[in-house]
Design a protein. Sequence first.
Lengths: 794, 115
Amino acid sequence: MRYQKPPSNNDLYKKNENVYSRNVREWQEDGFTVRREYQFTAPGCHNACGHIWYVKDGKVVKVEGDHTDPFSKGKTCGRCLNLPEIMYHSERLKYPLKRVGERGENKWERMSWDEAYSLIADKVKEYTAIGGPECIAGINGTGRNTVYQTPALMYGAIHSPNYSLGFLSGSCCYIPRMLACSKAGGVRTIIDTAAQHPLGYEAPEFEVPEVILNWAKNGIPANADGTLGHWIVDLMKQGTKLIVVDPSLTWLASRADIWLRIRPGTDAALALGMANIIIQEGLYDKEFCDLWTFGFEEYAARCAEYPVEKVAEICWCPKEKIIEAARMYAKASPASIEWGLPLDQCKNAMAASHAVHHLRALTGNLDKPGGDLLVHRTNGLESLCNSLIEWVDKDDLEKKRLGANVSPFTVGHSGATAQPDAILAALETGQPYPIHMMILFGTNPIANMGAEAYRVMKALNKAEFVVSMDYYMTPTNVACADVVLPVAMAAERNSVSHNYVPLKAHQKFVSYYETKSDDQIVAELGHVIDPEGGFKYIKTDIDFANAYLRQWADPAEGDATFDELVNNENFGYEFEEWNATYYKYQKGMLRADGMPGFNTPTGRYEFYVTAYADWGKFDPLPAHEEPPDGPYSTPQMFEQYPLIFTAGHRSFEYFHSEGRHQPTLREFHPWPLCELHPDTAAKYGLAEGDWVWMENQRGKCKQKLKFNPSLDLRQCRAEHGWWYPELPAAAPSLYGTFDSNPNNLIPQFQYGPTAYGAPYKTQLCRVYKVTPENDENLTARLLTEGGFGYVKGY
Amino acid sequence: MSRDTSQYALLIDYEFCTGCHSCEIACKKELELPFGKFGIKLLEYGPTELGGDRWEWDYVPFPTKLCNLCEARVATGRLPACVHNCPADCMQFGTIEELAPHLALKPSRVVFSPR
């Protein structure tokens, strides 16, 4: 099906070149300097949308969408429309700060950047002398423009093998799915939304997908991992039909032909059950499976262990709907699977990710126009989490990296990092060696992604020296940091976006007090710490961008440069033919030897993953495993805590723990919201709008109740990332960071056998109303009494 | 700078409005509206089960009396702020005469003529 542009009266205006000066990057208008530029954090999500920025007196006054931008096409979320509010809020950090009181007192003294750099470099030297470079760990928040900056500093300057995510147990955000792609097919996958083509939807080789199987992703607000959510709306207008797998009705599910309301954590069973139907009914792509895959027979035998009746029982989904969904998906061509975070956020994450990914291969949709595109980072910028890793001693990497003893998959692939759980254990126990210093890049773990949040705070406070880079004072900074460095926002940065769709360079056009970009901080600090290491030729943010563009090779004549990129005819973006080419596996484009096939040990797409078979400690075929806590694995506990508790569903207003400072966004979404079916709420005497305690054997938190009539009666959902900037910063207030934090109920150290996946979305809880009698200042109580008294386990 | 907006209107395709609030925020920024005031306001119906395993969950952004159809923007050849930024591209701007044929192209569309 070819794309046909829907008729719209807006074209008349959108194409008005007199207004938007289509071929100009910057122009003057009514006293404003007007500029086209990308927004790629801070603040914000994983995308880099094109905006038109109105600047007056050196400040951004207004932001709106740029319809000529090939990526976002003028689509603009409320968060970016509200950028001036977050950029110029009175509480934004302006200067480097040094702690002067005790940790938690929120007493700071301004320092110069030079002082900050020499203090940090001295500490690096001091601790390296005591404990080797590995006693310094660097962590970042979600994957934006800190995910090559952080490893570059940790590896290239400090030479520590310990770079990781901010106490996200089991690295359970996208890394499990990336690893599954890498082990089965040797390359990552995103749905084909024509985004790789310079002509976009109008590209002649693009086909509109007949069906998108939207698996565990509320993509419209989430915009994660290679897809701008509203692209799916564009495709729906072209006739794309949807199948949605989600425990809650989402907007997409409300428009879907089939919505499978799955029990959280049972995705592997559902995917295997669907595959079984597809194989039994002969609906799979036999030619693709014969010619291009390995282990089909074993996979088919494994799928046969999941008859639909069994799957229906495991997943709490009617079998008729599972059959209907399997047939509809397999009969459609092209079809794609858009997958989401919840696959990572169960202990069985690797099996679940493989089970879902295998459906793409089974149906022959890999690299088919309008199917599941095989992609790498645009222009081969693949170093990402391994940036400058050659500056870490090989032995340190393989033997001293924290978590490397758990599984070999913590080293080598493009999302490989030290294991967050192992860093937590090292901080707490000093085993296998103590961590003396922590460096935090854009991460606020005690408010956002650290399970057992209070425990994470205590552990962080065992590090003698903690440096944090952020643009606001956060609960984590107040509680744990010794030095806080103020970071620049997108409009204040020279940087390169690494996302899948066109490579984008953006140029600084305003500045804010003494803030600096992560790129600039890393370049300057890296060069101070080790002028002969990975930062030998990197002294500035532009040097850093250039080094990234040449993938860290030494500079040479004819290198692509940041300057060329930002000044090119497309205002800094560049498409890449490799990503846009279909059927790469047939064309010898995936393997280093140039032969057709996949970049795997067998040269084929591996339904049976030989890497796991060789390791011997993980099933090479996917299987369902009950979550550690649940109605079937811990039935007695389920009597006490009769609701399945998930956290982390997305909203339009906020990105993770960012943004609660903004009055405009708080008007739309003033409080954290938990959701129950109205009948469940009635059973526990709860009314919509009540504050509700959610509690389990680990801890509790409170949020405001919103009815969700689409939920299973046994389901409770909570939001994450909530802290209250309006509350006092100093302990024991800490902006109320533990009051509404669902991580109070979620454990550390329950990761899967590969070290990946953790049960953030498969907990149990009970709910009861917050009353004057049982209400309390939870954060203050935890700080005074020392936490919930978790059972510790390593 | 203004233009007679009495013949102008907004067409909303509420099959595709995702309820993302961009129109409301764009409008608040354009008109500099304080807390509690909206030039365009999202109305929500659902989610509610229709029976037969079908669900309805609809949003319609409705222009209030504060909406001036961005007459200053329109006078310079721009779209109103809400239409300009809509991520779902489910809003159209034009004269009633221009938009009426679009109304007939598919169901679940509505035209508001706030002025």
